[in-house]
Ligand binder design. Structure first.
Ligand code: PMP
Ligand code: GLU
Length: 397
């Protein structure tokens, strides 16, 4: 009987990856599709990091590593956390995994029992909700629309907390909105969470370095919650290393130990070569980060300007990451030829089919009124993509 488990049957496929695959399929058919769906830097990994990987191969770093990663890499991560974030961690508190995605999933699986509630401020990255489902937890979405810059307030947070709340997943800078919580805003949330010692705070900081407002702020800086924060981070976005698959948690020791046990049974260590490359990323020169950040900032300004010219697009000003998340609900109910556009899924499909631009519908991020564009691509492609979208949208009646 071809019947997958109920657990897997209940999962939705990743919409970001699905849209990207669809765009690649259309390209393979010879269509000139511009892919603004998946979010990953378009830069190559810096040379000194690639060199470190080549050296690791030549020096035979080809054996299993400790499950949580080489000690030298975990020490490099601790040095980074102290240097850049002023946070003190011991290597035992760091677990290196196959990308930040596995780090989030490990954490959720290690702390959530069936029926436990997890607060997800939405819009939220597609995978959180599915990971909570995998752990048989209950998602409690707290929505913040474009009028509040997609950021939840302490009052909203407190109203969502129940005796069953076990965790909250905060993402700043945010995928999909690009919003960044200020230090004061994080303190407001921390002060609420401080009153509920059962709640673990999963702080996804993977976009830490793609920040247009200055210094990154981590909720882990607040002493009243510090011992319950799990920081998620990695090299994918900061060092243009998405394919290398290195992420980590910096966590209270008991959570780190649990993730170590899970990973020991489930996937073992992340790639030894990629770990050596990540070590070079953290210990080496850091100028590459600023160069890429500047390019993203220029593209952000470009794409905001162009998106504002599209009728029916309501645009906020993202302060980080590389996504624009306009509210497109003003277009719902309009027609393209005889097809009515009722949702952002309809609009994303129309823009793909008629404009040959791949985006991701906001429904995947629990915000069906929006559409996500990744602007991690060249200025030329962005200009062409936004002009194609404008043309399609202008034809809606
Ligand atoms: N968190 C967020 C918010 C992300 O956007 C991503 C990238 N898809 C990840 C985690 C996972 O990153 P990685 O590539 O390191 O698994
Ligand atoms: N961060 C990217 C995105 O959201 C990568 C794809 C994924 O893992 O979801 O598009």
């Amino acid at each position: 009987m071809e019947q997958v488990s109920a657990r897997i049957a209940s999962l939705s496929p990743s919409a970001t990856l699905a849209m990207s695959q669809k765009s690649n399929e259309l390209k393979a058919q010879g269509l000139d599709v511009i892919n603004l769906s998946v979010g990953e830097p378009d830069f190559y990994t810096p040379d000194h990091i690639k060199e470190a990987a080549k050296k690791a191969i030549d020096e035979n770093f080809s054996f299993y590593t400790p499950v949580p990663g080489y000690m030298s890499l975990r020490q490099a991560v601790c040095a980074k956390l102290l240097r850049e974030n002023g946070l003190e961690y011991k290597p035992e508190q760091i677990i290196v995994s196959n990308g930040a995605k596995q780090s989030v999933c490990n954490t959720i699986l290690c702390i959530i029992n069936p029926g436990d509630e997890v607060i997800i401020p939405t819009p939220a990255w597609v995978s959180y909700i599915e990971m909570v489902k995998l752990a048989e937890g209950v998602n409690v979405c707290v929505n913040a629309g474009i009028d509040q810059d997609f950021k939840i307030t302490p009052e909203q947070l407190e109203a969502a907390i129940t005796p069953k709340t076990r965790a909250i997943i905060l993402c700043s800078p945010s995928n999909p909105t690009g919003s960044v919580y200020s230090k004061e805003e994080l303190k407001g949330l921390a002060d609420v969470l401080a009153k509920y010692p059962n709640i673990i705070i999963i702080a996804d900081e993977i976009y830490e370095h793609i920040n247009y407002v200055g210094k990154h702020e981590s909720i882990a800086q607040f002493e009243n919650v510090r011992d319950r924060v799990v920081i998620i981070n990695g090299v994918s976005k900061a060092y243009a290393m998405t394919g290398w698959r290195i992420g980590y948690i910096a966590a209270p020791l008991w959570i780190a130990k649990a993730c170590n046990k899970l990973q020991g049974q489930y996937s073992s260590n992340a790639s030894s070569i990629a770990q050596k490359a990540a070590e070079a990323a953290y210990n080496g020169p850091q100028e590459c980060i600023e160069e890429m950040r500047k390019a993203f900032e220029r593209r952000k300004n470009l794409v905001i300007k162009l998106a504002k010219e599209i009728p029916g697009f309501k645009v906020n000003e993202p302060q980080g990451a590389f996504y624009l998340f306009p509210d497109v609900s003003a277009l719902f109910g309009k027609k393209y030829e005889d097809k009515v556009i009722n949702t952002s899924d309809d609009l994303a499909m129309l823009i793909l089919e008629k404009g040959l631009v791949a985006t991701v519908a906001g429904s995947a991020f629990m915000s069906p009124e929006c559409l996500r564009f990744s602007y991690a691509t060249s200025d030329e492609k962005l200009i062409e993509a936004m002009s194609r979208i404008k043309k399609v949208v202008s034809e809606l009646k």
